[in-house]
Write a protein that binds this ligand. Structure first.
Ligand SMILES: Nc1ncnc2c1ncn2[C@@H]1O[C@H](COP(=O)(O)OP(=O)(O)OP(=O)(O)O)[C@@H](O)[C@H]1O
Length: 324
C-alpha cells in the first residue's frame, strides 16, 4: 500500500520488524472431534492490511474470534499487540476494533448519541500519540453518515447500518482492526468510500487491519497481503502481485474442430497452439486463448483442497512459494 504522509501524523516506525502487531504460530482449533484450524501461522506489522479469504466454513471467523480473545484456541501460540488474548486486559481490549458480520441492535439510539456514548469508554485510553475517542463529527464524516447523525438507528438502511458498524468498530481509534465481511450490503459507491477509509486508516493512522472477504477483487484492491484459508489451513499467501504471478500461469485455450468445441488448460499456451495448428491446421476454428485470472486460480485451488482431486494447482503454488 502506498504510504501517504500527512502533516502532524505520527510517523510509522522505521524498523517494522520491531512492531509485530499479530504473531500467530501453529494455531489449532478443535470443536468436539472436528479440527477446524490445523496449524495456521500469521504475522502482521503495523499499518499492514491482511485479507483472509476462503470458502464458507474455512475457519476465518474462528481465527478472528481467537485473535479477539473471544475464543480460546486448542493449541498454538498467539500474540496480539504483544499479548496473549487469553490474558488481555481492558487497556489491551481498548486498542482493538471489531466489526462483526452480525448486527447488534441499538435501534432506539440516534447515530450521534450512540457513537458518543460508545466513544466515552475509550477516553481513559488516549495516549500522547493517539487521541481517543475519534471526535464524533470527524468520524461521521469519515464513514459518510453526517447526514444521518440525528437519525434513529432503526431507521437506517442496511448499507447505512453497515457504515455505522464500521464507525462503532473504529470510534476508539484502534491499533488493530478486525473487519468480518465489512462490505456485504454496501452499494458500489459506499463500497468505494469504505475502501478509501481502509486506505486512510492504514496509511495515515497506521492501523493494522485484518479483514475477511469473499470478494477477491476487493482483497486485491485493499490488502498488502492475501491469506487463503481452506479446511483450516493456509493454502496460499502473498501480496496480491505475488499471488497473481504464482496463480495465473495457466491459460485456457478454446477452439472448435469439425464443429466440435474443445477447451484445454495449459501452462504453455504457445507450445500447445503450435502443436494444435500443426496437427489440425485450417480445421481449427474460433480459436481463443484466455489467461486464467486470479479468481479462476483461487477457485481451482480451493476446489483442489476441498475435493482432494489434484489438478496440479496447489503443487505449483507451493513450489513457487518455496522458490521465492
Ligand atoms: N461454536 C462452534 N461449534 C462447533 N463448530 C463450529 C463452531 N463455530 C464454527 N464451527 C465450525 O467451524 C468451521 C469453521 O467455521 P468459521 O465460522 O470459522 O468459518 P468461516 O471461514 O468464517 O466461514 P464463513 O465464510 O461461512 O463465514 C465450520 O465448519 C463451522 O461449522
Amino acid at each position: 500500500m502506498t504510504t501517504v504522509e500527512r502533516p502532524g501524523a505520527v510517523a510509522a516506525p522505521r524498523n517494522l520488524d520491531d512492531h509485530l502487531v499479530l504473531d500467530v504460530r501453529d494455531l489449532r482449533m478443535r470443536y468436539g472431534t472436528v479440527d477446524v484450524l490445523n496449524g495456521v501461522d500469521l504475522t502482521a506489522q503495523r499499518g499492514e492490511v491482511i485479507a483472509l479469504l476462503g470458502p464458507n466454513g474455512a475457519g476465518k471467523t474462528t481465527t478472528i474470534e481467537i485473535l479477539e480473545g473471544f475464543r480460546l484456541p486448542s493449541a498454538g501460540s498467539v500474540r496480539v499487540l504483544g499479548v496473549d488474548p487469553a490474558n488481555g486486559d481492558e487497556r489491551w481490549r481498548a486498542q482493538l476494533g471489531v466489526v462483526l458480520q452480525s448486527w447488534r441492535d441499538h435501534g432506539r439510539w440516534r447515530v450521534r448519541e450512540l457513537l458518543s456514548h460508545l466513544g466515552d469508554y475509550y477516553a481513559p485510553y488516549a495516549t500522547d500519540q493517539i487521541q481517543r475517542p475519534w471526535p464524533v463529527d470527524e468520524l461521521l464524516a469519515a464513514v459518510g453518515l453526517t447526514a444521518h447523525a440525528g437519525a434513529r438507528v432503526s431507521r437506517l438502511s442496511g448499507g447505512q447500518r453497515r457504515r455505522l458498524d464500521v464507525a462503532v468498530g473504529i470510534v476508539g481509534r484502534p491499533e488493530l482492526l478486525f473487519l468480518d465481511e465489512p462490505t456485504v450490503g454496501l452499494d458500489p459507491a459506499a463500497r468505494r468510500e469504505f475502501h478509501e477509509l481502509v486506505h486512510r486508516l492504514a496509511d495515515l493512522d497506521h492501523t493494522t487491519i485484518l479483514l475477511t472477504t469473499h470478494d477477491l477483487a476487493e482483497a486485491e484492491k485493499l490488502a498488502d497481503s492475501i491469506v487463503i484459508l481452506a479446511n483450516g489451513r493456509i493454502i496460499a499467501q502473498g501480496s496480491p502481485d505475488q499471488l497473481s504471478r504464482r496463480l495465473t500461469t495457466d491459460a485456457e485455450v478454446r477452439w472448435t474442430c469439425d464443429g466440435v468445441r474443445h477447451v484445454h488448460a495449459t501452462m504453455d499456451a504457445t507450445g500447445f497452439l503450435r502443436d494444435l495448428l500443426g496437427d489440425y491446421g485450417d480445421r481449427v476454428q474460433e480459436l481463443e486463448v484466455r489467461r486464467a485470472n486470479l479468481e479462476d486460480a483461487y477457485l481451482a485451488l480451493v476446489h483442489e483442497e476441498e475435493t482432494g482431486i489434484r489438478t496440479g494447482w496447489a503443487e505449483r503454488v507451493w513450489q513457487q512459494q518455496e522458490e521465492n
